[in-house]
Ligand binder design. Sequence first.
Ligand code: ADP
Ligand code: ASP
Ligand code: MG
Length: 408
Amino acid sequence: MTCIVQKFGGTSVADVEHIKNVARRVKEEVDRGNQVAVIVSAMTGVTNELVKYCREMSHFHDAREYDVVVSTGEQVTIGLLTMALHDIEISARSWTGWQIPIMTDGAHSKARIENINIKKLKKCMADGQVAVIAGFQGLAPNNRIATLGRGGSDTSAVSLAAALKADRCDIYTDVDGVYTTDPSIVPTARKLDKITYEEMLEMASLGAKVLQTRSVEMAMKHNVRLQVRSSFSNESGTFVCSEEEIMEKEVISGIAYSRDEAKLTLVGVKDSPGVSATIFGLLADENINVDMIVQDVSENGEITNMTFTVTKADFGRTINILKDNHDKIGYINLITDENVVKVSVVGVGMRSHCGVALTMFQALAEKGINIQVISTSEIKISVLISEEYTELALRALHTAYNMDDKKT
Ligand code: ADP
Ligand code: ASP
Ligand code: MG
């Protein structure tokens, strides 16, 4: 019997009418004779509201209690969807993360799934009951509720599909697939029929929030057949699959952006061995991840400048660490800028084509957009630019790589 995992995001379960629509989509799969497990998110906006309550209550709240609060949104949705299924005569029951249990590590608020005990679920599903499961949550080793980081229901769905060895994992959302870039910003963005796991992983980690990065990692590791599709239409969506399954490879598959960057420049650091190790060692000790790094060529061989980026959440802490360690690092001045965005072009075809970076640099130059930092890997090129140019840059690059949908 075919086993399907369906996941419905916040906008798909936005209110009672939307939840009834989801129930109908679940019924379609049941009517086809499939065993179905459904993962749901909280209703749109609910998790934001819960996070806000935590911040208002206490600036330095306990992450374990944060998880107790923010996991509640999904519990509401599983109950409501199960009621909607009963109303259309589908046998179903709701499951919270701890009831299954979905076991995680102890990293509260950003936990990783370690194991899913599918025994009880499998039995119910084999008896013809739809399992309606709360996304985003699990049970930590300390026997307390843990959440998986924002957007984590995608990871709940893919992990469950891997554990159940499901034939498909369908991620239902408010767009009908993965686009060449965020369609809410670039109206000429094109839907992709297929994208490789590797490209999707880069797109997600570089800011395309249509799938949580960890969910793609998990799909790639366990070879989960993953489809992103719309809750509101019957069109087929985008398949995330291995490179061998894609006949015609584009040089560039997509463009992603992330506003979650902040830039810091240490002016006048010593140009001698060990300086980078000191700076980044101090940050690593505080669990601060550094993303892009560039060190200027020193003019006199004595002093140079070091520029790097961190997430906006770590920005304030990074400034404090650098200031507190002024004498240890030894620098003249610290310049900071939060109004930056990282724009990245992604494509496996980059491995075998040259001139890809040049196209990017020329397109940005033609629009008068200054590049502040560049970083590359085998299948992506990222640039840091001023945030005010985000839309202009995305549209210019989309056109420069001939990605525009000719129909729009
Ligand atoms: P859900 O609530 O269903 O999990 P999300 O809001 O997390 O949905 O993700 C869907 C959104 O991702 C879309 O509305 C779209 O604006 C955004 N997005 C960003 N980049 C892309 C992309 N390349 N393709 C499709 N959607 C994208
Ligand atoms: N409700 C959670 C969030 O908004 C998880 C999810 O929707 O994937 O981040
Ligand atoms: Mg999401």
